[in-house]
Design a protein around this ligand. Structure first.
Ligand code: ADP
Ligand code: MG
Length: 320
């Protein structure tokens, strides 16, 4: 699948929001719910971008505003440089959205579903790329079988195909791999990576840290409707500045020597001690020297870096 031809002045960002707010008004005496609280985001063209956050963080609300399914309360939002209020038709044409639910019509074949969707988007018959899309989502062989006979993974790929019928330059996936097994998750990642390689900007929401870490070069972490971090995945990972050093000792350790206390020692078993340190402050040689000075013989050692999960926990704890 190829991306949509760009407007004459190429936009710098695929999606830009500023001060985006959504308040769901409580019905029947229930309190209002602030689902998005002044969200400022810029999603670069051509990138794979993850909106990461726990359940209820506001991810689907964000996506649904882009899709035109939820009306924002305030703030601005532009898709491919088209303001969603001023140019709703163009802005909607610029994205394809794969919703969270698996809503395929069981009685239509993949080919029929894609054709219907193209009709809904007003794509003229001669401009439809049904076969090309079927190939891209690896459903050529199953093109004419009713959707009810497709596996869960095939249905998910069909939804991606449906989102691409009008050749949008941006594909948005809301929790594409929620509840799917590891193998299928990796298959879907490959499908999404292949689209990105062809120039399609990818925005996905996920509550799987691994998914954001593996797939996306930029991540925004959203918590209680607020963006609490937004950076490259690499920068987020280095930000925590925390490493752990696990030492297998030559002899049993009964008690932690005082000299090691600054490193939050934890004796995991009688011959395994774990120390935490900040690489920017403490060179590892200093810790090893302290261990040796304390008379502890080192049999083996390993270090472990912080991962996105540590950052996620640190950030959502701080701002809770
Ligand atoms: P996420 O997709 O990150 O799980 P959502 O955007 O679905 O989060 O929801 C954000 C918050 O808004 C949640 O507290 C949710 O209960 C609330 N919410 C979502 N949709 C509605 C709605 N239609 N009416 C009232 N509250 C809603
Ligand atoms: Mg959601």
């Amino acid at each position: 699948m190829t991306a949509h031809s760009a407007p004459t002045a190429p936009p710098s960002a695929a999606i830009v929001t500023s001060g985006l707010c959504k308040v769901y008004h409580g019905r029947q005496g229930r309190p209002d719910k602030v689902a998005l609280d002044h969200v400022d985001l810029a999603i670069p063209r051509g990138s794979m971008f993850a909106l990461l956050g726990p359940n209820g963080a506001g991810k689907s609300t964000f996506i649904n505003i882009l899709a035109g399914l939820v009306i924002k309360t305030s703030g601005q939002c532009a898709i491919w440089d088209y303001d969603i209020d001023a140019e709703p038709r163009q802005s909607r044409a610029a994205i394809g959205v794969v919703p969270q639910e698996l809503n395929v019509d069981p009685f239509f074949s993949a080919r029929q579903s894609l054709d219907l969707q193209a009709g809904l988007y007003g794509v003229p018959k001669r401009e439809r790329r049904t076969d090309e899309i079927l190939a891209a989502i690896h459903l050529t062989a199953e093109a004419d079988a009713p959707a009810r006979s497709l596996s869960g993974g095939m249905r998910r790929r069909l939804l991606i195909g449906k989102a691409m019928v009008h050749s949008p330059p941006i594909l948005v996936l809301d929790e594409p791999t929620a509840g799917v097994d590891v193998e299928l998750r990796h298959q879907l990642w490959e499908t999404v990576r292949a689209l990105n390689a062809q120039g399609v900007t990818i925005l996905l929401t996920t509550h799987y840290l691994e998914e954001a870490e593996q797939l996306c070069e930029r991540v925004a972490i959203i918590h209680h409707g607020k963006v609490v971090a937004c950076d490259t995945t690499a920068a987020l990972l280095s930000r925590l500045d925390s490493k752990q050093l696990a030492i297998t000792t030559a002899a049993d350790i009964a008690e932690v020597p005082a000299a090691l206390r600054p490193f939050q020692p934890e004796i995991t078993s009688n011959r395994l001690i774990t120390l935490s340190y900040r690489p920017s402050v403490t060179p590892i040689a200093e810790i090893l020297a302290a261990v040796q000075a304390a008379g502890i013989g080192i049999l083996d050692l390993s270090t472990e870096e912080a991962d996105l999960e540590d950052i996620f926990l640190a950030l959502t704890r701080e701002k809770a």
